[in-house]
Design a binder for this molecule. Structure first.
Ligand SMILES: NC(=O)c1ccc[n+]([C@@H]2O[C@H](COP(=O)([O-])OP(=O)(O)OC[C@H]3O[C@@H](n4cnc5c(N)ncnc54)[C@H](O)[C@@H]3O)[C@@H](O)[C@H]2O)c1
Ligand SMILES: [Zn+2]
Length: 365
């Protein structure tokens, strides 16, 4: 069983996402995406943790079909997502005489994908790149939509570009090594996709927790096909984040503030989970959701090992950090709320008191 999703840009086909049991179709998919050209050089970019497990395998698969396959590996973790790492990558590309018809491959999680995409967007004013996302978060979120970039000093994703890959290749093999915490991290975004766009999908994740946590290839392909399609539709409608794409920020406004205040010690998915609880609470306050639906959302998050309450934070500080985020319109926080389960909208009417009440709700007394 193998699935393909085509992503359009400006109404035209832009690239395919292929969902596979293994890496076996990789070479064929690359040829379909960019043509069969043995003279191409390839640089596989990966992080230390992913490279140890998958780099040899991917490199061996490519070596027969391309003139030169090199790799560039950096230390795993967000702390490597910066201009210094990119500079070292540029140096390697120059030493190995990469030109505009060569190819970069991002083999890793969102850090590798964002950094490789931005390098591809800027090296020689743009060379082709392919995403092989290995974390659930990268598969369902960061590898789709063309947002690339790095952090600058303490500012997250401060420097970047919209730049589309030529192919997103997913192998379900990667779940054999993905740590449970990282799996939960990605599930937060999957649950978000269901809540903002697809009530049936949300129900399916609720009913099939055990099956999903077994991570069998067929189940993962099925889940990712729906999850990736939700993100695809949103980014196709709004490629440069002018409107609908803001709905993907559900749970992220307060979530980002907590993430920042935790000094990034809490995982992104954990913070999004807390942010989704706060946003669902506000959706109840607006009369859109029932208390029972809020309790249901909390139960689903807990079932996937995600937190719904947190302690040790000052609500006023969370509010101030939320408001210093970039999603402000005329002094008001642009907030994504649920109209119902499976449908979201942007709200500009929330007062500081509303937000404090929601923040208080997720703080453990
Ligand atoms: N571009 C976008 O639209 C977008 C969207 C969401 C997030 N992001 C970015 O994505 C990044 C987070 O992505 P992430 O959560 O994948 O982080 P990550 O890339 O740091 O990966 C998390 C950890 O899991 C390890 N890992 C990944 N796949 C593995 C596997 N199969 N087996 C074993 N270990 C594996 C990595 O080595 C790393 O240590 C952030 O920098 C965030 O800003 C970008
Ligand atoms: Zn997110």
């Amino acid at each position: 069983m193998r699935k393909e999703i085509t992503v359009n840009y400006d109404g035209k086909k832009c690239y395919d996402i292929t969902l596979n049991r293994s890496f076996d179709h990789l070479v064929n998919d690359i040829k379909s995406a960019i043509g069969d050209d043995k003279t191409k050089k390839i640089c596989i970019v990966s992080d230390s943790q992913v490279a140890e497990i998958y780099l040899n395998k991917v490199q061996n698969l490519l070596e027969n079909d391309y003139s030169k396959v090199i790799s560039f590996v950096f230390d795993a973790g967000e702390r490597s997502k910066n201009i210094d790492t990119i500079q070292k990558l540029y140096e390697q590309l120059i030493i190995h005489r990469f030109d505009r018809h060569d190819l970069l491959i991002a083999l890793g999680g969102g850090v590798v994908g964002d950094l490789t995409g931005f390098s591809a967007a800027t090296y020689l004013r743009g060379i082709d790149f392919i995403q092989i996302p290995t974390s659930l978060l990268a598969q369902v979120d960061s590898s789709i939509g063309g947002k690339t970039g790095v952090d600058f000093q303490q500012y997250k994703n401060m420097v970047g570009a919209f730049y589309q890959p030529k192919l997103v290749y997913m192998s379900m093999e990667v779940f054999q090594s993905l740590p449970d915490k990282q799996f939960a991290n990605g599930m937060a975004e999957e649950i978000k996709h269901g809540l903002i766009k697809d009530a049936d999908y949300y129900e399916w994740m609720k009913e099939n927790r055990e099956l999903i946590c077994q991570k069998a290839p067929e189940t993962m392909i099925g889940m990712l096909t729906v999850g990736c399609n939700i993100k695809r539709v949103v980014v196709e409608n709004d490629p440069k984040e002018k409107g609908e794409r803001a709905l993907l920020n559900f749970g992220h406004t307060i979530g980002h503030a907590i993430e920042k205040l935790s000094d990034f010690k809490l995982y992104h998915g954990e913070c999004v989970s807390l942010g989704m609880v706060a946003a669902a609470y506000l959706s109840v306050k607006k009369g859109n959701l029932t208390r029972e639906e809020l309790a249901d959302i909390e139960q689903v998050l807990v079932a996937y090992d995600l937190p719904i309450r947190i302690s040790g934070y000052d609500p006023k500080e969370i509010l101030a950090t939320t408001k210093s985020d970039k999603k402000m319109v005329g002094g008001k926080v642009k907030f994504t709320l649920l109209k119902k389960i499976g449908e979201a909208y942007s709200d500009l009417s929330l007062t500081d008191e509303d937000l404090l009440e929601a923040i208080d709700y997720v703080l453990e007394k």
